[in-house]
Each structure stands twice: as C-alpha cells, then as structure tokens.
Design a protein around this ligand. Sequence first.
Ligand SMILES: [Fe+2]
Ligand SMILES: [Fe+2]
Length: 465
Amino acid sequence: MPESLAEFAALSVVLGRATDNSITASALARETMEGYFEIGTASGHYARKTATETFPGGEPVEVVFDGLKPGTQHYYRLSYRKPGAAVFKQRAECRFATQRARGDSFVFTLQGDSHPERPQSSHPELYARTLVTAAADHPDFHICIGDDFSVEKVRTLTPASLAGPYLLQRPFLGLVGQSAPVFLMNGNHEQASLFNYLQTDERREVAVGVQCARNRLYPTVAPDHFYSGNPESLKDIGLLKNYCAWTWGDALFVIMDNYWHSPALVDSGFGAKGKGGPSSGSDDKKNRDWWSITIGEAQYQWLKHTLETSTAKHKFVFAHHVLGSGRGGIEEASLYEWGGQGKKGEATFAQKRPGWELPIHALMVKHKVGIFFQGHDHLYCQQEKDGVIYQEVPMPSDHGYVAYNEDRYTSGKKLPSSGYLRVTVTPADVKVDYVRCFLPKDETSDTRHGMVAHSYLVKPQPSVA
Ligand SMILES: [Fe+2]
Ligand SMILES: [Fe+2]
C-alpha cells in the first residue's frame, strides 16, 4: 500500500448515486470514528452540515446529501475524529456535481482492468498516481470497466475473505471517488455470475459473497426515479444493482452486465472448475456453445427500451467485454447475440434469440450509440464499426506498459497501458483523450505522466425519427 494512501486506508469516502438533487457518500473507517459533512455551492462556504455520525470500524456508512440544486457544482468537507477526541480533523475540500442540464458540458473518466491482485502487472503507486491525476480533471463520474475485484487469490471462502478485494480497492477508489461518483461493472475475475449462483457447491457462496460485498462496500445503483436498472432480487443477495442507465447533460449512459444473466459459464470458472462443456463450468472456450452465453431476456429488452426512448444527443454503452469473453473489439462484434452470426457466418440469430429485434451491435447502430466502451484485453484500442466506436480501455496500473492482446485487434489505433480515458462531453461533440500515466522513475521526454497519447472527436449523429 503506497504511503500516499494511508489517509484513505484509515478513512475513505466514495461517492455514488448522483442524481438531479442528491448524492450518496459512503464513508468507511478502519477503526471507529465519528464525523460530519459540510456542504455548499461555493468553495469554502458551507450552507449546511450533516449530523455527526459514528463510522464503525470496517462497516461503511452511507450519508445521503439530498435537497440539492440540479445542474450545480457542490463542495463538501469531511470533519472526523476518534470518538472522545477533543477536536475534529478536516479533510481537504472535495467537489461533485448534480445532474447536468442539456447544453451543459462536463467531463467523466474511465479506467480499465486495474487488477490490484496482480503485482506483476499492476503497481499500487502507479494506480494511485493515475487516480489522483484523473481526479484533477474534476470528472462528474469515474467508471470502472471490471476486473477490479478479482477473487483469484482468495483461498478460504468466507464472507470476510470474499469482501477482501472490495476492501483493498476502497483507499484507491477513494482517491477519485471522494470527488466523483464511482460506477462499477462486473468483470470475469469478480466471479459474480448467474452460472456460479446456480451451482450447489462453493461457487454459489462465491457469487453471493462477492455481490453482497460489492453492494455493501460501494454505493451501487438500484433503479429509482433517476436511474433505470435491474428490478430483480435474488435470494441471499437482494437487488443485484448490476446494470443501470441515466441521462446527464446531453448524454445517455448505459452500463451493462455480462455475467449475472447467463445460465451458462461466460468466461473462466471459479478455480477453473469443471470439465466437459459450458453447463458444467469447463473453461474449454473452443468447444463451447457461444450462443448459450447471454445478457438475458430482461437485460436485452431493458437495453432496447433504454436506447429507443432516449432523446440524448450522445449515447454511451459500457460492458466488460463484447460477449463477456474472448478477445478483440470489432473482431467479435459480428458474432452470436452481439452480432447475430455463428462462427462460420451463419445467420442463426432469429432462431437463437426469438423475440429479439436485432443483435446488440445492430441495436447500437440503429439508435446511434456513439461509443461502446469495454475492457478485459488490457490495452488501449480505438476501432469503429458501422458508425459505432469500439473503445478498449487501458489498464490504470500496468508498470510494464504493455499492449496486451494487441494481436487480437486487427485494426484501429492501438497503444500500451497505463493510463485512463478522459471524456469531455459538450452539446456539439464528445472528445476522448487517452491520458498516459507513468511512475516517476519511468518518465522521459517521450513518456511524460499526464501526456495525451491519443485523442478523437465524436459528433452526434442525427436521431432516427
Ligand atoms: Fe482483466
Ligand atoms: Fe476481464
């Protein structure tokens, strides 16, 4: 754990669920503390103060700031102390925004697979530096594309051990999350999946444990007056809070889930368990029936409804990966339920997905989605297919600065990690910057921390009438 994170390890704040008139601050203290927040609309001037609350050690407390003005930049300050201490200490002032009005410009940031459990390809100092740099852009959100909470290293399965990866990320995500609501996506390494949940062995325990940890330790989004999402409750978990959509300024945001609605195994099994076909959890990706992998009927119909009823100028869709498995961007986008074709180009979509108007890619084309963001492949790659940009998001933390899997991308602008994406949304266009990040020891005149390595503009396409 880098020294710079010590403060955040002792007490972290992660914002979430920003709406037109509210935001939720999740405070997590290592040892019991008490504290309050002061909130205002001008820097250094706080018109309101929340009640002093106890933050029990290891147990997150969610404080809702409500009654806020829409379309407004807010400032807040946290004061905290050990119970019984004479004086409160103050954290530096942080900012956040409520829902932007149409015509307002704003920034959001994105990180790819952070994999803090892999010291060989993820350096904590670099990850922290990337997040601090992203926070300095004052994003209205920070979106994590998945593979941020791998259970790969968890050996003994208990609710506490399964919460371990979520606790490990808190101080890191606090660096950006104290001033930008964080949105999480499940990657394959989270092992939060319907396939695991449907098993009768320890895999069910994993699925339940990790999703419960995620929803307890982060202010994840359930459907309400502001967000649409998954209304489904599962036994032992409750609301999954795994996919959601919302409108902010001139943009629609649609976060999908690749893993919670597929009865068949999507990527790798937990502990690479099982042999002989996807229904048993085999990792044999070559011989599996890829049509059995699905985002599910309910999520598909929600996606379709969300896209066709949105009047936003810019539309963004996010998922851990096309199909949740495999490698590449547009290379996979013509396949199975994403693209409609089988491996040999056979047009079996109508037979395999009765009642689905179009494959997912064609649905995005029809409804003028500007950018589909994905992760999983650990590099930067920007491609385009039928007017939709496929943007692979790089790792924030890879101190080897590698473009993993670049051979699986046969076209597009490819660059190595590390860094994050800064997306600037204006009514006229969307600008995507790839901001490279380096450890101080690795900086040269060609490798400057914070340099923009690639940049492009996306103009809104006229909507279908
Ligand atoms: Fe990954
Ligand atoms: Fe992945």
